[in-house]
Design a binder for this molecule. Structure first.
Ligand SMILES: CC(C)(COP(=O)(O)OP(=O)(O)OC[C@H]1O[C@@H](n2cnc3c(N)ncnc32)[C@H](O)[C@@H]1OP(=O)(O)O)[C@@H](O)C(=O)NCCC(=O)NCCS
Length: 156
């Protein structure tokens, strides 16, 4: 059985994370530059899931402002889906969000054409609601859908 390890991103991971997420370049022009900038910002939360030192999942998130927290990227390798990797990465980002005292909402956006997996999953499993779509946000002819969820601290 594959043992999945979770750990915080380090700058040495940048190239491997960029190649793991390289499929997203087609949806988000300038993705690599964004990744370099985003992963160097102090408030960015980036966690990696690994099997045998190979990346199988990544989450990147950060507060947008006092009240709103954004999960920018969530991606699990197709061969490792349905093994709770996505669930664990969302939970880790949620735990990071919990450290911001005035948070009211958490959101994630996705290209509409990626929705059959991500959107349905977020909606059914976590109650994220698609509130609106912004046409041509990143590329002509593609709409970006915004999913929101009221933030509730989980006390355990
Ligand atoms: C969505 C995604 C993150 C899910 O990750 P995952 O590791 O496979 O998810 P998990 O294993 O934690 O999910 C477990 C549950 O979700 C359910 N599930 C899986 N796919 C689903 C779907 N499309 N719709 C609804 N539920 C789904 C499973 O049946 C399972 O339910 P269970 O707990 O009752 O058994 C993954 O499919 C993915 O990375 N998709 C691509 C995302 C993308 O395009 N990102 C780029 C933009 S940010």
């Amino acid at each position: 059985m594959d043992i999945v390890k979770y750990r915080v991103f380090e700058q040495e991971d940048l190239q491997n994370v960029a190649s793991f997420l390289s499929g997203l370049k087609d949806y988000y022009p300038g993705f690599e530059k964004w990744l370099v900038r985003k992963t160097s910002e102090p408030k960015t939360f980036c966690y990696i899931a690994e099997v045998d030192k190979n990346i199988v999942g990544v989450v990147i998130s950060a507060p947008e402002n006092n009240k709103t927290y954004k999960i920018s990227t969530l991606f699990v390798h197709p061969d490792f889906r349905n093994k709770k990797v996505g669930t664990t990465l969302v939970k880790l980002a949620h735990d990071d969000a919990s450290s911001y005292p005035h948070l009211e909402q958490i959101f994630i956006t996705s290209d509409k054409s990626l929705l059959p997996t991500l959107g349905e999953w977020l909606h059914k499993n976590y109650g994220f609601v698609p509130l609106y779509a912004e046409p041509n946000r990143y590329i002509e002819g593609h709409a970006e859908v915004f999913y929101f969820k009221k933030f509730r601290k989980v006390v355990s």
